[in-house]
Design a protein around this ligand. Structure first.
Ligand SMILES: *Cc1c(COP(=O)(O)O)cnc(C)c1O
Length: 545
């Protein structure tokens, strides 16, 4: 057996050289290149890498750490093999979910920190990468209409993390002192629409409020919160003496791209504070992890239309902007660059309108707030995490720098154009009904029916009339069958990969409605692939019948 000194010599070659060694530096780059080359050889016409395959998790229990060292080359092969069967989100035949393909600067933003391993816990350990975080935060804050000199923000572990921050702040506002003393029997509430992401409940549970402290308000057919019901419910709760920790506005629902009326919610919140003479202001959070990117249209001149979007696209973009332009009214905002900013996972940030708010989360209440201009950049004093990766901020920055406003407008405009084309085709089909016709994003929900169904009348009947519960159930099953066939075909590289949602909403009598879902996120999407969604569904319908 080799002595440890021999091993050490071998292992040193497996690290980037700390002191320039041109030969070895080249070999490192070459190793990356070889890995990428291997992945590229797994590409085909199919929207996935390599062959479709079932993952056998029973095999994973057999994994053990080896006795001996391996080589960079061998491990590289193993790692690349693990990508087999992955969908290629950027493939034009891929319309699966709100998963964006990463642009190359976004990828570099993950690679570079991986090599030099900055830790955003402190400025000392991250330097210019901490600056990248501050830059990405300021750029995005200004984009959304916050004043970067007064607002603050930090990157965190996903959209779920942004909700955790928001609700935590809200608790502290409604019941001051809980950071130190805990809830002590208080149970302030979180209020959101029934279309809000389940992460709202996750955050409430993990913060000790319990999922049952999340009050859900019904949504309108266009998937936005019914503001009048929000008003009556808030009034009722406040009359009962309940405290409201946080009101969550969902700015881009996950399944349908529904956009809550933040302007009205903000007005309502302020009115109730006055009416009930509250000694705190219920925190208003905008869960804009999907919708934030549409902020690039805040200052787009829709009449000039310099980018020459088609009329229908223009209308859809203006429809989204009508709601998104009010983001700055929220006390805090959640942003996922990894959803609609073309950055890789995890790249998410939490924004507060007033940086002072972050002080409430500080581990040491006596210290000053950490405004960026103060030159005292120590987010580690208030972040939930201790170590924080530089990958999120560097990826976000890479993507923002590459795209600029016009680049992001172009990409979003293209995705919406493709979605509009798809909607046209689906609407023209006698057996298909689009379920979110009044939403303006890249996602289309639709239901497919057997031949004899009147798709002009029936979708409304099954939604509103409990007498049709049995048919609703039958057609839910029908949609599942169609989905399975479309999916199997897509895996063979022939059709389009779409997805299915088991409950995009409930009927008025409380039953789940299944829908097929096309989420167009690829810059490579194009007319012919949109057409093949309809063709693939026709083939599936013939098989089912
Ligand atoms: C995806 C999503 C979340 C959760 O975000 P992650 O980044 O997946 O943690 C929260 N809210 C909405 C509206 C979402 O779509």
């Amino acid at each position: 057996m080799a002595g440890y000194r021999d091993n050490l010599d071998v292992l040193r070659r497996a690290f980037p050289q700390p002191i320039s060694d041109q030969e070895h530096d080249a070999w490192f780059v070459f190793s990356v290149l070889r890995a990428l080359d291997r992945v590229d050889s797994m590409k085909s016409q199919r929207p996935m890498l390599g062959e479709p395959r079932e993952v056998d998790f029973a095999q994973a229990t057999k994994a053990r750490m080896a006795e001996d060292m391996s080589s960079v080359e061998a491990v590289s092969r193993e790692l690349v093999d693990h990508l087999a069967g992955m969908f290629i989100w950027g493939h034009p035949r891929s319309q699966v979910n709100v998963i964006n393909p990463s642009c190359i600067p976004g990828i570099l933003g993950t690679l570079l920190p991986a090599i030099y391993n900055p830790n955003l816990c402190s400025e000392e350990a991250s330097r210019g990468v901490a600056f990248a975080e501050a830059e990405a935060i300021s750029m995005t804050a200004a984009l959304m209409g916050y004043d970067p000199d007064r607002s603050g923000g930090i990157f965190t572990f996903g959209g779920t993390g942004t909700l955790l921050y928001a609700i935590r702040l809200g608790i502290e506002k409604a019941v001051p002192g809980t950071m130190q003393d805990g809830l002590r029997g208080e149970q302030p509430l979180v209020v959101c629409s029934e279309q809000a992401h389940y992460a709202t409940k996750t955050a409430a549970s993990w913060l000790g409020l319990g999922a049952s402290s999340v009050v859900k308000i019904p949504s309108a057919p266009n998937n936005e919160i019914r503001t009048c019901l929000l008003e009556s419910e808030l009034r009722r709760l406040l009359k009962e003496g309940k405290k409201i920790a946080c009101i969550v506005a969902t700015m881009g629902t996950t399944d349908a791209f529904g956009l809550d009326n933040l302007e009205q919610m903000h007005q309502l919140r302020d009115d109730l504070v006055r009416e009930f003479s509250l000694d705190y202001v219920p925190h208003l959070h905008a869960d804009a992890v999907i919708g934030w990117a549409w902020s690039v249209f805040r200052d787009y001149d829709f009449t000039q239309n310099a980018l020459q979007f088609p009329d229908r696209t223009l209308r859809a973009l203006a429809g989204a902007n009508r709601r998104i332009r009010h983001l700055h009214l929220a006390d805090s905002i959640g942003v996922d660059y990894h959803k609609t900013g073309f950055a890789p996972y995890i790249s998410s940030a939490f924004f507060v309108k007033s940086a002072e708010d972050l002080k409430m989360l500080s581990r040491d209440q006596s210290t000053t707030p950490y405004l960026f201009q103060s030159g005292d950049y120590n987010p580690g004093r208030f972040t939930l995490e201790t170590s924080r990766s530089g990958c999120g901020p560097m990826s976000a920055l890479g993507s923002l720098l590459l795209l600029g406003k016009n680049g992001l407008r172009t990409l979003l405009g293209h995705l919406v154009t493709m979605a509009e084309t798809l909607r046209n085709r689906l609407t023209a089909h006698p057996a298909i009904s689009v379920m979110n016709a009044d939403n303006f994003g890249p996602v289309t929900l639709f239901r497919v029916y057997p031949d004899n169904v009147d798709t002009f009348e029936f979708p409304k009947l099954e939604q509103t009339n409990a007498n049709y519960a049995a048919q609703l159930k039958e057609y839910n099953e029908y949609n599942r069958k169609v989905f399975r066939i479309v999916h199997a075909e897509a895996l063979k590289g022939e059709g389009i990969v779409i997805s299915m949602t088991d409950r995009f909403r409930e009927t008025e009598y409380g039953h789940p409605v299944v829908a097929l879902k096309s989420y167009i996120m690829s810059p490579f999407s194009d007319q012919q692939y949109v057409q093949s969604v309809v063709e693939s569904i026709d083939r599936a319908r013939r098989q089912v019948q």
